[in-house]
Design a binder for this molecule. Structure first.
Ligand SMILES: Nc1nc2c(c(=O)[nH]1)N[C@H]1C(S)=C(S)[C@@H](COP(=O)(O)OP(=O)(O)OC[C@H]3O[C@@H](n4cnc5c(N)ncnc54)[C@H](O)[C@@H]3O)O[C@H]1N2
Ligand code: MOO
Length: 448
């Protein structure tokens, strides 16, 4: 991955936010996130194969040898020369899996077990069920094609071929492949280390004493979970109050101490009197990222704030923290409402992390038919929390007999409705518009 300069990081792709009243598109904002993330290169690390599930392979893995390594039996039965069938064969010998048998004499069938190397002089396997058993002195065999129930050497993969390509997300079968090649460790993309910053005077960490006018911090936990889905780890959660100086000092101190790959903040970026994140990072609308930046104390922040044409998740910020010693750290600022933070992380950041870093299983989008109507917003893309299943669409424009993926919006669009969002397995992408989307309309769905 090429490193790109900080100055280029937020200008080229998304373009600066122009003003709060001129939201930019989701695509443009994702591009701005990609540009910011690209100031940072995520390296590789070697992990035990047993711990490589869902990790991303760094280099092509070429098969070091053929799989299977030798022609072997697919069945428990008898190995014989197919060219001599039909005919009667004398039963002699025994080859278990893990044993190499001698060449087989003409007219002989050798009992052989599944996985054992097929001995020289044989070309087909007769399953034991088609005989009178291993102890009979001879077996009578009908005409049999060569290769029947023989698993040829290299039939799974040939030596030198790419078994797993660079960038593959290692699933359970992939771990089996690594082990089948005798590997005990593998080089995978490192997990980005994330610092999460939440807060506001009203936010208290779970496990602490809550005042009557406070809420527990839901966002650090949900961001930690989304980051795991993105193949990243939240290495520290910082809870700040509404004092700009304290925010700057503690952010700078923790960033210098842990040198994260990414900082995510939640809250403090809209139109209130105490927008600590936006004020602390110097965000006048549309300006912060391009200028000299804000000195946080040994750390310069260049962050731009504005709105994105989506709901929830309208207010957004993105930029880079510069250590002065060549260290650039992307920073992404989400709105504080829990559902806004959650959807922003899934719809904006996850895509951007896929594109910039490829550190996890890419987010998936599918099309599904609406099981109940949804009403769009006139000028913003709405992300509706939803649940999917497979079934028949009734009363809709699609074929009434068709069984297909269906999606149903969960009632409620307000971004404080976290408990009602919990069952969601997906988000319906509702494009801006004025007309209700009817039952059966085919919509794009982000799979969570
Ligand atoms: N006059 C306007 N007011 C608001 C606008 C607007 O355009 N004009 N936008 C609204 C939208 S949309 C959103 S989203 C929010 C975003 O506000 P902030 O990012 O400044 O977030 P806060 O004000 O700090 O908090 C919003 C809300 O979320 C709760 N919160 C914050 N952090 C947490 C946390 N870690 N865990 C649980 N809950 C949290 C906080 O208590 C507030 O209720 O602004 C609207 N207002
Ligand atoms: O954009 Mo806010 O996130 O709608 O609630």
């Amino acid at each position: 991955m090429t490193e790109i300069g900080v100055q280029a990081s937020t200008s080229a792709l998304g373009g600066p936010f122009r003003s709060w009243s001129e939201p930019r598109s989701i695509d443009d904002h994702v591009s701005a996130l990609v540009a910011a993330l690209s100031v940072r290169t995520i390296g590789a690390e070697t992990v035990p194969v047993a711990e490589a599930l869902d990790r991303v392979l760094v280099d092509d893995l070429r098969a070091p040898f053929d799989l299977p390594r030798f022609d072997n039996s697919q069945m428990d039965g008898f190995a014989l020369d197919a060219a001599a069938t039909p005919g009667s064969f004398a039963v002699a010998g025994m080859i278990a899996a893990g044993q190499t048998g001698d060449a087989v004499e003409p007219g002989t069938a050798v009992p052989i077990m599944t996985g054992a190397p097929v001995p020289p002089g044989t070309s087909a396997i007769i399953p034991v069920e088609e005989s009178d058993g291993y102890d009979s002195p001879s077996i009578s065999v009908p005409g049999t094609p060569a290769g029947r129930f023989v698993r040829p050497r290299g039939s799974d993969i040939a030596a030198g071929d790419v078994a797993l390509p660079a960038g593959a997300v290692l699933g359970s079968a992939s771990l089996g492949v690594l082990a089948a090649f005798g590997l005990t460790t593998i080089s995978v993309r490192a997990r980005p280390r994330v610092l999460v910053v939440t807060g506001g005077d009203e936010v208290a960490a779970p496990g602490t004493q809550l005042r009557d006018d406070q809420v527990f911090d839901a966002n650090a936990a949900l961001l930690g979970a989304v980051m795991r889905r993105c193949g990243a780890d939240v290495v520290e959660s910082l809870v700040v109050d509404d004092t700009v100086e304290d925010f700057r000092a503690s952010l700078a101190a923790r960033v210098r101490a842990i040198e994260p790959d990414l900082v995510i903040t939640s809250g403090g970026i809209s139109a209130g009197r105490f927008e600590v994140v936006q004020q602390g990072l110097g965000g006048q609308e549309g300006s912060g990222a391009q200028g000299a930046g804000v000195d946080l104390g040994g750390l310069t922040a260049r962050v731009e704030f504005g709105s994105v044409a989506m709901q929830p998740g309208g207010p957004q910020g993105v930029g880079v923290l510069d250590s002065g010693s060549g260290e650039h750290i992307p920073i992404v600022c989400f709105p504080g409402n829990p559902v806004s933070t959650w959807i922003s992380a899934h719809v904006l950041l996850r895509d951007a992390m896929d594109r910039a870093w490829s550190t996890g299983r890419p987010s998936r989008r599918v099309t599904a038919a609406l099981a109940a109507p949804v009403s769009p917003l006139p000028a913003k893309t709405q992300l509706r929390r939803s649940e999917m299943d497979v079934g028949t669409i009734r009363d809709g424009p699609t074929d009434p007999d068709s069984t297909r993926l269906r999606v149903r919006a969960i009632p409620g669009t307000s971004s404080h409705l976290l408990a009602t969002a919990a069952p969601a397995d997906s988000l319906i992408v509702v494009p801006p518009g004025n007309a209700e989307l009817p039952v059966g309309a085919v919509v794009e769905v982000v799979v969570l």
